[in-house]
Ligand binder design. Structure first.
Ligand SMILES: Nc1nc2c(ncn2[C@@H]2O[C@H](COP(=O)(O)OP(=O)(O)OP(=O)(O)O)[C@@H](O)[C@H]2O)c(=O)[nH]1
Ligand SMILES: [Zn+2]
Length: 288
């Protein structure tokens, strides 16, 4: 018998698939590579009454993943929005924020930055200063304190399939617990079973908020390699560069040391953020 459903937990080559009938089934793939992500739509065949084999993956609306020179790591499939969680404490990497945003832009996703732990007011000004360039470009920024009240996030989640990304310790788990009280505890048990005893959540999980909205929690990020992006895609992923593209002397300008570069000129005039520009150049050099 066959059925279709959505991957709601991706864990190595083992997956939990929520079937369209509502039942959740443990499934695996036949191939060597783990090539599925949370959010993927799949068709499965029952191998026995409580296990399934994933036979096909439906075409994806979006695929969020990171890559280095050697391998790719899928984060989430079919999401419409990325929510980047940062906090007043511990300090966060603005480069990682930029990289998440580039990944989002390359997949045409909506993006939202959440500044958590705003109750730690001592650290608030520094965090705000780090986020100013992003707000200036136009990325929405939501300030909250997940420990006391996460409800300000709800309107942003409505009608979207969102993925929460961020460095470890920014408060993703706290945020999920606040939005879905009780749900996570139950999911944790399943995770622990899959992990054969490990208690840290090392994999992505999809939670249903309502019929139209879902939220995917992903493991804490340290790095976000984007080796799979071509230079043209990287350029397009920096919205603040758009007014200047096509205005350089050379058509294939990399906006580094070329003469008459419109991007460099804008940078010199202070119209572009130098830290974002530095990440832009690093991404281009990684792209080769
Ligand atoms: N003061 C304050 N602390 C918070 C807030 N939200 C989370 N924390 C604390 O920050 C720490 C990290 O929170 P987690 O929710 O575990 O962070 P995480 O991003 O899920 O981290 P990983 O599970 O390692 O990926 C915990 O000690 C939380 O209690 C907040 O709004 N204010
Ligand atoms: Zn240029």
């Amino acid at each position: 018998m066959n059925a279709s459903g959505t991957v709601v937990a991706a864990h190595g080559r083992q997956y939990r698939v929520e079937l369209d009938g509502g039942e959740t089934l443990s499934c695996f793939t036949r191939g060597k590579k783990s090539e599925l992500a949370c959010g993927d739509r799949v068709s499965i065949r029952y191998s026995d009454s409580n296990q399934g084999v994933i036979e096909t993956i439906a075409p994806r609306r979006s695929l969020l993943y990171r890559s280095n020179a050697f391998r790719e790591k899928l984060i989430a499939a079919n999401v419409s929005q990325i929510i980047i969680v940062v906090a007043t404490e511990p300090s966060f990497s603005d480069e990682l924020v930029t990289r998440c945003l580039v990944a989002a832009e390359s997949q045409n996703l909506r993006a939202l930055i959440v500044l958590n732990k705003c109750d730690l007011t001592d650290r608030l000004p520094a965090a705000e200063a780090t986020l100013t360039p992003f707000a200036r470009i136009g990325y929405p920024l939501l300030r909250l304190s997940a420990r006391t009240d996460a409800s300000a996030l709800r309107p942003f989640l409505s009608g979207q399939t969102s993925v929460l990304v961020g460095q470890s310790g920014m408060g993703k788990s706290t945020l999920i617990n606040a939005l879905l009280p009780g749900v996570r505890a139950a999911t944790r048990k399943i995770s622990t079973a899959l992990d054969t005893g490990k208690h840290t959540t090392t994999h992505a999980t999809l939670y249903r908020l309502d019929a139209q909205s879902a939220l995917i929690d992903s493991p804490g990020l340290q790095a976000f390699g984007l080796h799979h992006l071509a230079p043209a895609a990287i350029e397009r992923a920096f919205p603040e560069l758009r007014p200047f593209l096509g205005q350089c002397r050379f058509r294939d300008c990399r906006h580094a040391r070329e003469p008459d570069c419109a991007v460099r000129a804008a940078l010199t005039r202070g119209e572009l953020d130098s830290r974002r520009y530095a990440v832009f150049q690093r991404l281009l050099s990684e792209a080769g």
